[in-house]
Design a binder for this molecule. Sequence first.
Ligand code: FMN
Length: 452
Amino acid sequence: MPEKQLVLAAYEEFTPNFVNHTWHLPRSISHRYSELGFWQEYVRELDAAGFDFLFLAEALGYPMTDDGAVPDAVIREAVQMPVLDPVALISALAATVDRLGFVVTASTTSQVPYLHARTFTTLDHITAGRIGWNIVTTDQQNALTRLLGMDAVVPHGERYDRATEFVELVLQLWEGAWEDDAVVADKAARVYADPAKVHRIRHDGRYFSLDGYFPATPSPQRTPTLFQAGTSDRGKEFAAAYAECIFTSYRDTASAAAHIGDLRARARTDGRELVVLNGVSVVVGDTTAEAEAERADLDAAPSRDAAAALFLGWTGVDLSALGHDTLLADLDPQGSKTTFALWGDNPATPTVGALLDQITSESGGFKATGTALEVADQLEAIARDGDIDGFLMECTYGGIESHRRFIAEVMPILRERGLLPAEPRGGSLRERLTASATPRLAAPHPAVKYRH
Ligand SMILES: Cc1cc2nc3c(=O)[nH]c(=O)nc-3n(C[C@H](O)[C@H](O)[C@H](O)COP(=O)(O)O)c2cc1C
């Protein structure tokens, strides 16, 4: 019996064309992304298969240049546009399945803590404790200024200062505003809640101020299960302080193990353990050759224009305006340092041209390609050597079509090896993913200091 069992999540965005840029392939079904039935079919099959959760990534805007122009390729090829609101989608899907969890991204740079806290409490109520929040600090500076009308572009380091204050404030609302026994719901006494046990919160900080009561009664987890994916030094410091689960996108096990080891060590100094999920794209074939041919088709699917637009969206760096011989080392991105470094520090792609070629075949995390047995072997080795606790399963053809062969052919092998639980995990998202014995956050998480 292996020491730990893998956590499995489907990795999506509410868009027809996430990560792999394959919506136009004959087998792809993601052009139906705006139909509720597309998602309902998806989550029903994930739920039945024993996936732990669906993760909906979220971007505030779409790729645009500093002067607000949107490259034609963005609209023509659906590069992070169109994109719809994932929170609204989760509300509908929560009623479709009653076991699968949901994790959704929300940005501390664009949201208002009070409203954000209420939205996630609502989601936690209606999912009965199955919601997680992926905390991001938003690297889309142009979206912040041009679409949301925010005055200042917040530099990378300062975004994490703001994130820290944001998270401390929402933790206080979730954990400290209502005592556990504040809701009485005594009809005979006409007492819905005990005013002595509902507390006024006062916060006057550098970025946010609030003076009032939190209007949402405590939900099963109170604080949603906390995820984070920052990989810069500040990002890691923040993740180690607050996150329970981490998303990474490594493509080789040595880099994954080094990064994840560093994160775990930081969290352990505070007595906390982290659960780490890395992206993986799976292609299963009847033979190795068949799977490799399919992988080659998928790798060749995105156009160079789409690659440049995608990169613009990730980093704010417009490669389409640069000569293909430009050295990446000469660029200084103010946007997402880590995403840029992941590509820009690679000696195999020293120039813009080389990078564009690479992006068309490599985005996301690991690639597991082969027969069902070979894929199971590859995933087992990646998890072991990369120090990874689970996988974010990337879409290949969109929707459930991305995962059908994995579910039917690979999951039974992983289950037989003891790498997946015999029965799907249930309960709150927190209990399912972490060692927590209750739906609530436990000490030594900093949230507990706000409890009464
Ligand atoms: C697997 C994974 C998922 C991510 N999902 C999102 C997302 O949904 N929205 C977003 O704005 N950023 C997302 N990010 C970006 C990270 O939040 C973070 O900004 C990025 O890794 C850069 O790290 P840094 O902020 O430490 O420089 C994701 C990153 C990874 C690795």
